[in-house]
Design a protein around this ligand. Structure first.
Ligand SMILES: [Zn+2]
Length: 288
């Protein structure tokens, strides 16, 4: 296994490596080349050498079977992780309860530059909470986070093209409510007030529309605001929010642009400091 992480690969290097690979194959060996950086070895044969950053995304999409990914983790990352988790072996002290959708494209640690021990994470369909005790998973996570671990903040994080929001819109359009099963349909009760809020002209929905987002993403942003409002009614979270011991924050992750917005009760704000606010609408529209 050759693990290649280079900022510059020229023709001479490529040919030398291929010659060595051929020679090794001729003697019955096998050679596989695994690239970790942004310089692509395969491109070196047909294009002029280019200098790229020899950096690796912290969590690039895995294009291989799960257990191959575990093998790669042990070879490349586990030894980096051990010193970081050394102080966490006896307990955790996360600063936030992070409520995210189950969607595979949303990675809470990646978009908050956080690591082991930072986020107590609750993931469910549509990143919802409830204040009426109807779901033991949500209730126990809130109690554990606020009463047990004394987190200082609760984050609700929505995202573009959410399956739960699409299901709500399909239902409103006369689609089959039971197509994903009775449990899914029942779960959507936690998000149905968000659709009603969008229809009623929620200011977050209007701002999302002005920024170029389509209906499903407007709904997703309104849903974040509605879940934040539910926290204020919650018997545990509500008093902690009211006396300021806990902060509630709404986030919205735009998958197409990899940007994060903050969602409040009455609006949205692009949190990318390099983003030109004047281009917000066109960029959002281009991501659709
Ligand atoms: Zn989702």
């Amino acid at each position: 296994m050759v693990e290649l992480n280079a900022d510059y690969v020229d023709h001479a290097f490529r040919e030398a490596l291929l010659a060595w690979q051929l020679q090794h194959h001729a003697t019955g060996g096998t050679v596989s080349i695994e690239e970790h950086g942004n310089t692509v070895f395969q491109n070196a044969g047909h294009q002029a050498p280019r200098r790229e950053e020899a950096t690796e995304l912290p969590l690039p999409p895995r294009k291989e079977p799960l257990l191959v990914g575990v093998n790669k983790y042990h070879r490349r990352f586990a030894h980096h992780l051990r010193p970081l988790v050394h102080d966490l072996t006896q307990g955790q002290n996360p600063d936030s309860l992070f409520v995210a959708c189950v969607d595979s494209r949303v990675n809470p640690n990646l978009i908050t530059s956080s690591g082991p021990g930072d986020l107590l994470t609750l993931r469910n369909i549509g990143n919802v909470v409830c204040s009426d005790g109807r779901d033991a998973s949500i209730e126990s996570a809130l109690s554990f986070a606020l009463n047990g671990l004394r987190v200082q903040s609760v984050v609700i994080c929505g995202h573009t093209n959410c399956g739960a929001m699409n299901a709500l819109l399909a239902e409103a359009g006369g689609g089959d409510k039971s197509s994903l099963g009775p449990a899914f349909n029942q779960w959507l009760d936690h998000a149905r007030p968000s659709y009603a809020a969008l229809l009623a002209g929620h200011p977050v929905g209007r701002q999302a529309a002005a920024a170029g987002y389509g209906t499903v993403d407007q709904l997703s942003m309104v849903n974040v605001a509605v879940q934040l409002a539910k926290l204020q009614e919650h018997p545990v979270a509500g008093p902690a929010l009211a006396d300021g011991t806990v902060q509630a924050t709404g986030l919205f992750y735009d998958i197409a642009t990899a940007r994060v917005f903050q969602v409040s009760a009455d609006g949205i704000e692009n949190l990318d400091p390099g983003f030109d606010a004047g281009r917000q609408g066109s960029v959002a529209a281009a991501g659709r």
